[in-house]
Design a protein around this ligand. Structure first.
Ligand code: ADE
Length: 259
């Protein structure tokens, strides 16, 4: 594990200094909180409005200030607030308050074996789009899909040897026939429940965003998705933690144009 960095060490001119990591699930977030030696911001110092269950961890790591936010637990049901609504809201509030140089949306995803995905693979998404916003009216159809290119990071890809693929986002873990044809149209290799929503908000505020997605389940495989997801969640989260740490190590001391 890397030692805590000297936060006072000067950064090269133009270097990235503030990184915001957006994560949907506590199980995905906690290994990174430990890896980066982050501390939970106390409620009385919260940057978030009263009533929001969102949680922020922060700290200094290798010359970067890292904020990691997750949307917390549903106050009534006690489960992680996964999905696009919470992801968009917490991303919006975090950008407004923290003004990050770069966003990393990290999380687990379903993968398509027909597109080369396997359990435990970690992808950097080249594009993000929605697959469950069907509006069959000209131009509204494109708005619904909301396809965006992500911030290009050719040097991270080269250095870390990650897989690249398109990401498709919807608010369901399973896949209806309607979703399936939209995902095919999106040419996606991985499927999640937050990425395109984070991309939409990041784009609105001209904040570069990258998407690191680790595969917990094979969507076009034999096993039921929910079962396979829960079975692999903890092990795959370790792969996600390792890759996100490598990505942040790479970012340290670099400018956006070096990525
Ligand atoms: N996260 C992990 N697996 C997923 C899947 N199959 N669909 C959406 N989000 C996921």
């Amino acid at each position: 594990m890397a030692p805590p960095s000297d936060a006072s060490a000067p950064l090269p001119a133009g270097a990235i200094s503030k990184v915001l990591i957006v994560i949907a699930m506590q199980t995905e977030a906690l290994p990174l909180v430990n890896s980066f030696h982050l501390h939970e911001a106390p409620a009385h110092e919260s940057i978030f409005p009263k009533g929001a269950p969102w949680i922020r961890y922060h700290g200094n790591y290798k010359g970067l200030h890292i904020d990691l936010v997750w949307p917390g637990k549903d106050p009534a049901l006690g489960v992680d607030c996964v999905g696009t609504v919470s992801a968009a809201l917490v991303t919006y509030a975090s950008i407004q308050s923290l003004k990050p140089d770069l966003i990393i949306n990290a999380g687990t995803a379903g993968g398509f074996k027909a597109k080369g995905a396997g359990i435990g693979d970690v992808f950097l998404a080249s594009d993000a789009a929605f697959h469950d916003r069907r509006i069959p009216i000209p131009v509204f159809d494109m708005y619904g899909i909301g396809a965006r290119k992500t911030f290009a990071t050719p040097n991270i890809l080269k250095e870390l040897g990650l897989k690249v693929g398109k990401l498709s986002t919807g608010d369901s873990l399973d896949m209806s026939p309607h979703d399936e044809s939209a995902i095919l149209n999106n040419d996606a290799t991985v499927k999640d429940m937050e990425g395109a929503a984070v991309a939409y908000v990041a784009d609105m505020f001209s904040t570069p965003a990258i998407f690191v997605k680790a595969v917990t389940d094979i969507v076009d495989g034999e096993k039921p998705t929910a079962e396979e997801f829960l079975q692999n969640l903890v092990a795959v989260t370790a792969a996600l933690d390792k890759t996100v740490t490598e990505v942040v190590d790479f970012i340290s001391g670099k400018c956006l144009s070096d990525l």
